[in-house]
Write a protein of this length. Structure first.
Length: 176
């Protein structure tokens, strides 16, 4: 997988995708501005590499445009951007209607459980701030898979003792 992080113009993305085709890339993620749905469609039509996007889309409507106009093959919503868990699940349903799998962006502690609710779950992206260092039940990777939390709710229960040191930093910053 290659993440261009929105750096290229459409012609640059097409040129780069063509150069990468021989390397059996699973997907090319966010090669250009995510608001350019027609540009994404042109990139996808010009290469054999499937196109992924979604972490920078903020509404269900934008995800629908990405699926309908940009014709992406890998939707990657993020609960923190797409109206929470409900928005993520709605994107999942739209993707399912098109026989596509849904992957996630960051926030693996939350997204592992949300993806687990979908019958068309794809990949769980694992990165970001290590929230698992501050939880009672950290995520565990077993045989290349992450075991979802068995905790109720969103699956994250913080270990507040481990977070106390950050309370003092906030208090000092606020002048208290």
């Amino acid at each position: 997988m290659v993440d261009a992080n929105m750096i290229w113009t459409v012609p640059q993305a097409i040129r780069m995708a063509k150069r990468m085709e021989e390397f059996n890339i699973a997907w090319l993620e966010e090669p250009t501005n995510p608001d350019d749905y027609e540009g994404y469609a042109r990139i996808g039509q010009a290469t054999t590499i499937p196109i992924a996007m979604g972490e920078n889309l903020h509404t269900i409507y934008e995800h629908k445009l990405a699926l309908d106009i940009a014709r992406i093959k890998y939707p990657i919503p993020d609960c923190s951007n797409v109206c929470g868990i409900t928005g993520f699940l709605k994107v999942g349903e739209m993707a399912k209607e098109r026989s596509l799998k849904v992957s996630s962006h960051g926030m693996q502690e939350l997204h592992v459980n949300v993806l687990g609710a979908l019958s068309n779950a794809g990949f769980l992206e694992y990165h970001s701030f290590p929230i698992c260092d501050y939880t009672i039940e950290p995520l565990k990777i077993v045989n290349g898979y992450i075991e979802p939390s068995k905790a109720t709710g969103v699956g994250i229960n913080f270990d507040w003792e481990k977070l106390k040191k950050y309370e003092m930093i906030k208090e000092n910053r606020d002048g208290r």
